[in-house]
Design a binder for this molecule. Structure first.
Ligand SMILES: *Cc1c(COP(=O)(O)O)cnc(C)c1O
Length: 382
């Protein structure tokens, strides 16, 4: 059987990981500033994480949500405390798209409405409901109708109010920082205004923190810079450090009814053990503060590199904008300098989403390698 060929892949196979590095079978070492797609939060193959998952697997790997799973309560308690949302409830699933599907369903159950407001450049996942609120018609199939979705420009409160005044909006869904679009941030003022407008017009505010959450921006959730409390928050990528798990965090104003949401695999023993280990390390090693500190250092170092345009984002969710498309630079970084970075739909943006444990010396290493590539590119273009 062949693999269904949907991914344009890089011709490298990492077989081992350690901290912010991965290695191929020949032992070539790569600095991972892509974090396996913003997923690796505490670093690759962290020994404590490996032990917690292995210990759990040797006891019980899985049982269904029809019985007590105390690990879920332990995870909810820790996540509530560390994220600053102890009064919210948690629904566990397996992926970011699912977390968003559940958020959208809950919003609609809650206020009975069905129109969704999303934003230009938004990415919320690939499943039917999530892809419909994603601003990319190319990944929407004809069976994924989106006539119930309105896409508005980011940071335009007036446009939002005009829509909300129609009183039929079930929810507004917005990323803490848009990742796929190329690290595009809603302003703090916009988020504050959005939060007030949603309350005023009985519309649920859903913050998609699947990529921007879990400490990545230097706060546990990116929206916390704006000092708002959304009705629903979704999280996934960094939550399991690669083990599939996602969460929908739900404000106390929502009432749960038996059967309204459900999943077979969501919140299973192994996934919870992984997510608990991740939170333990984030907490003990102060990785949220590290993301802020090392992120600021990275921004400062990059600001002195010649040939770079704007530097966007916060903490360790950084977009470097260049005055040219980054394809060649990115493949040079991988092939010649052994550094993984991410692309974005904005072709001139290099996306950095490293493990939150990144150190300043790893930043120095990257900046040196980036400078080498930039001077080579300059020579080539002469
Ligand atoms: C990755 C991502 C998703 C989808 O998560 P999956 O786990 O791939 O389903 C949703 N929203 C944002 C902001 C993401 O970055």
């Amino acid at each position: 059987m062949n693999l269904f060929d949907v991914y344009p892949i890089i011709n490298i196979e990492p077989v081992k990981g350690e901290g912010c590095f991965v290695f191929d079978a020949e032992g070539t070492k790569y600095l991972d500033l892509y974090g396996g797609h913003a997923v690796i939060s505490i670093g690759h193959s962290h020994p404590y994480y490996v032990k917690k998952i292995s210990d759990q697997l040797s006891k019980l790997g899985f049982y269904s949500n029809s019985v007590i799973i105390s690990l879920q309560n332990e995870l909810a308690e820790k996540l509530g405390r560390i994220s600053g949302y102890p009064d919210y409830s948690l629904f566990l699933s397996n992926s970011g798209a699912e977390a968003n599907e559940n958020a959208i369903k809950l919003a609609s159950f809650h206020n009975g409405k069905s129109r969704i407001i999303s934003f230009k450049g938004a990415f919320h996942g690939r499943t039917a409901g999530a892809v419909a609120v994603t601003d990319n018609p190319n990944i929407c199939a004809p069976i994924n109708p989106r006539d119930h979705v309105t896409f508005l420009p980011l940071n335009d409160l007036e446009a939002v109010e005009t829509e909300l005044k129609k009183k039929d909006a079930c929810a507004v869904i917005i990323e803490g920082i848009q990742g796929v679009a190329g690290i595009v941030s809603p302003s703090d003022e916009f988020l504050k205004g959005l939060s007030e407008l949603c309350a005023k017009y009985d519309t649920v505010l859903i913050l998609d923190e699947v990529q921007s959450g879990y400490g990545r921006t230097g706060k546990f959730f990116a929206h916390q810079y704006a000092g708002i409390k959304p009705d629903i928050i979704t999280t996934a990528k960094g939550m399991g450090n690669g083990f599939p798990i996602a969460g929908t965090l739900i404000s106390p104003k929502f009432t749960a009814k038996h059967g309204m949401l459900g999943t077979t695999f969501g919140g299973n023993h192994l996934a919870c053990a992984a997510a608990i280990a991740v939170l333990d390390i984030i907490d003990k090693d102060h990785l949220v503060q590290n993301a802020e500190e090392v992120g600021n250092y990275l921004i400062e170092r990059l600001s002195k590199v010649a040939g770079i345009g704007q530097i966007k984002g916060r903490g360790l969710m950084i977009g470097i904008e260049f005055p040219f498309p980054v394809g060649e630079l990115r493949s040079m970084l991988i092939k010649e300098e052994k550094v993984f970075t991410g692309a974005a739909s904005a072709k001139n943006v290099l996306r950095l989403l490293p493990p939150l444990s990144l150190s300043k010396s790893e930043v120095d290493m990257f900046v040196g390698k980036l400078q080498t590539c930039l001077s080579k590119l300059q020579v080539n273009s002469l």
